[in-house]
Design a protein around this ligand. Structure first.
Ligand SMILES: Cc1cc2nc3c(=O)[nH]c(=O)nc-3n(C[C@H](O)[C@H](O)[C@H](O)COP(=O)(O)OP(=O)(O)OC[C@H]3O[C@@H](n4cnc5c(N)ncnc54)[C@H](O)[C@@H]3O)c2cc1C
Length: 380
């Protein structure tokens, strides 16, 4: 789909697609998945292309492109290797976007060139054991002490912690009646004393992994406070919105890959003397999958257009995230069915899509929470 892209954007998309075809080997992806190994070599190669700085201004070592290019990059990467796309998304979202929009001049100069070059990876810790969907109820505190803040608390599901140099930690720096007040975000060095991460065993997201964090009197210099003290809630909202765009783009690419595998199988697998795709029951599944994939892509493009024109809303991001992530889940499920018993084996990639797609409707705000946001916008 390219009716809405400029010639430059189409050329960029084609360049990334060709790079992916050349550099990302299916067997390597399976190996990283099986061995729970981060794709460090590919991440470095992406950094060399300059793509980690796609949304970072040229003055800070980036390419200074827009949300459309960022989404195209994540979609193409998601098509070949979802966890690789997720690694890049974290740098674009919690690095380029968040530090670019809310950082001080000193922070921009210190962090952005290093994010763009791939030297510093940034992950994000908001969720706590007792605060998931109800993010405003977090308990982790940061208290001023001399030139530092001292952080205490526990975080869960901090993804990509094992490959990150900094973790953007959401804390409470004051308490008040207003439950959205008193939030502050800190860029915490992952090697800080008192900060430990324990890997969690999960259904997927294996190459990057996710972790339980303990923050026990972790000292963070004042200059690592991102955004205004006590007023970090809007920053969190903006970051989560950018996250929903990024994840939707990545999963749209992954859904395209799941569909392509199922289609190929339906054309070649013979039963009852004909390709199974000739059975209407199977072909209709593939037709449904095609519709979901195309609508996902359209929604991503609509959202990036709104974003670039300053017209995106939290509701738009909820619609985008809800549809694209539910679509990836359905496409993976239907695709696995098309492969029959082989879809259930580790020999084919549909099982990976099936596992990975479950996270889409949970992480970054569950589908139920997205529906709540949409319903609220309807005055309900
Ligand atoms: C693999 C993985 C990676 C993740 N990565 C990160 C990360 O990097 N950083 C980070 O901060 N977090 C991360 N998360 C956390 C994720 O965002 C939360 O899991 C998610 O927001 C849901 O919170 P919860 O798991 O505590 O579920 P809960 O909030 O306890 O919800 C449980 C169920 O109740 C439903 N529910 C809750 N409240 C409502 C309501 N008001 N209306 C209707 N239904 C409701 C939910 O939809 C869900 O079905 C990750 C999670 C996973 C599984």
């Amino acid at each position: 789909m390219d009716f809405d892209l400029t010639d430059e954007q189409q050329a960029f998309r084609d360049t990334v697609r060709q790079w992916c075809q050349r550099e990302v080997n299916r067997e390597y992806v399976r190996e990283c998945d099986r061995e729970h190994r981060p794709p460090t070599e590919l991440f470095k190669a992406i950094a060399e292309q300059g793509w980690l700085g796609i949304n970072i201004p040229a003055a800070y070592g980036g390419l200074g492109a827009g949300a459309t290019e960022a989404a195209l990059l994540l979609q193409e990467l998601g098509r070949v290797f979802l966890d690789l796309s997720f690694w890049v998304f974290r740098e674009l979202c919690w690095g380029g976007f968040s530090i670019g929009a809310y950082g001080t001049e000193e922070q921009k100069q210190r962090f952005l060139p290093r994010v763009a070059s791939g030297d510093w990876s940034v992950c994000f810790a908001l969720t706590e054991p007792a605060s998931g969907s109800d993010a405003a109820s977090i308990k982790t505190t940061a208290k001023a002490d001399g030139d530092d803040y001292v952080i205490n608390g526990q975080k869960v599901f901090t993804s990509g912690f094992k490959i990150s140099d900094y973790v953007l930690v959401a804390t409470k720096t004051s308490q008040s009646e207003n439950r959205h007040a008193g939030f502050s975000l800190f860029l915490v060095d992952t090697k800080s004393e008192g900060l430990t991460g324990t890997p969690l065993e999960t259904l997927g997201h294996w190459p990057l992994g996710t972790a339980l964090l303990y923050l026990d009197n972790v000292r963070v210099p004042r200059e690592n406070l991102l955004g205004p003290l006590d007023e970090g809630w809007p920053l969190l909202g903006a970051g989560l919105t950018y996250e929903r765009l990024s994840l939707s783009a990545a999963r749209t690419g992954a859904a395209q890959a799941a569909l392509a595998d199922a289609l190929e199988y339906a054309k070649t697998r013979q039963q009852f003397g004909r390709p199974i795709g000739k059975f209407q029951a199977v072909s209709h599944q593939l037709a449904e999958m095609q519709v979901m994939v195309e609508l996902s892509e359209l929604l991503v493009r609509q959202y990036t257009w709104k974003f670039e024109n300053g017209r995106n809303t939290v509701r738009d991001a909820a619609i985008l995230k809800l549809y694209t992530c539910e679509a990836y889940k359905s496409v993976s499920d239907m695709g696995l069915q098309v492969l029959g018993g082989y879809g259930y084996t580790m020999e084919y990639d549909l099982q990976r899509h099936f596992r990975e797609s479950r996270l889409g409707v949970i992480g970054a705000g569950t589908s139920e929470i997205q529906r709540n946001i949409i319903a609220k916008s309807l005055g309900l």
